[in-house]
Design a protein around this ligand. Structure first.
Ligand code: NAP
Length: 250
């Protein structure tokens, strides 16, 4: 079995790769799709057990590079980039490469509620999901809510401030990327029970930002409480952007 992980130098795929390797997956069954030689070097430094032949360099917008990378692959874990206007086209290109390579199972890491069209990064994933559903491939779609890792806890603790672009009382759920990676691993290693039409919400307990601030206060053992601040004038898209979130965590 050969498993291709796309966006391998990225955050989500990084959790999936580590979880597979630590769970006993042999390095020689992994193929990692990255964009540059620098990414290969970074990942080889992190995982010296991965030989150079485990890597394929390419771009979602270069179908030839996808065809080469997908050759001989059984299972694909596809995670698209954040906030790219061509995200739908990238996902479709990956699905078409999987069709050409007769991939046995395509795992698409999407987002919770892609039908929330006011958020462009949700709407862009809807097009990928639709194409995948009609592709004839065996597939599973993971739909994670916002990642807990979006919170820059060290900064929040240092400043005792958790800044947010919406009401801090809105109830929302967050998921630990490790939990998402554990679920992805289960599907990747045994895809048959998660075949066709399988689509999983990957969520956590609903809570408010005030709850998150209180949890950080308690767990960090702070004498003063972390204060939530609502920032004004932040767009819904910006709220979903990792880099924007990082900036918001003043
Ligand atoms: N943050 C959240 O709370 C959350 C929740 C649910 C879903 N999501 C979704 O998760 C995705 C982002 O995941 P992430 O945080 O793991 O992203 P990330 O760390 O930015 O990783 C994205 C990877 O995609 C690669 N990439 C970008 N453009 C590419 C292209 N044209 N061809 C090939 N590879 C390309 C990047 O390569 P380089 O390393 O070379 O840049 C990078 O390694 C987004 O689609 C987002 O909507 C996020």
């Amino acid at each position: 079995m050969t498993i291709l992980i796309t966006g391998a130098a990225g955050r989500t795929s990084g959790y999936v790769i580590r979880t597979l390797l630590e769970g006993g997956t042999q390095p020689n069954v992994l193929c990692l799709f990255v964009r540059s030689e620098a990414a290969v070097e970074k990942l080889q430094a992190e995982y010296p057990q991965l030989p150079r032949c485990s890597f394929a360099i390419g771009d979602y917008l270069e179908p030839k590079s996808l065809s080469i990378a997908f050759q001989g692959v059984d299972i694909v874990f596809y995670n698209g980039p954040a906030f790219q206007s061509l995200e739908t086209a990238m996902g479709i290109a990956a699905i078409e490469a999987a069709q050409r390579a007769a991939v046995k199972h395509f795992v698409y890491c999407s987002v919770l509620l892609p039908g929330l069209r006011k958020l462009s990064n949700h709407e862009l994933k809807l097009g990928v999901e639709e194409y995948l559903a009609e592709s004839g491939l065996n597939f599973t779609i993971l739909q994670p809510t916002a990642y807990m890792q979006n919170f820059k806890v060290k900064d929040i603790v240092a400043k005792s401030v958790l800044a947010w672009g919406a009401s801090t009382m809105i109830m929302k759920s967050f998921v630990d990327l490790q939990d998402l990676a554990d679920i992805a691993r289960l599907v990747i290693l045994d895809p048959a029970p998660h075949n066709y039409d399988a689509r999983y919400d990957v969520v956590g307990d609903r809570c408010s930002l005030e709850d998150v601030a209180n949890t950080i206060t308690c767990r960090a053992g702070l004498s003063g409480a972390v204060v939530c601040q609502q920032l004004l004038g932040v767009s819904a898209d910006a709220l979903q952007s990792d880099s924007a979130l990082a900036r918001l965590m003043i």
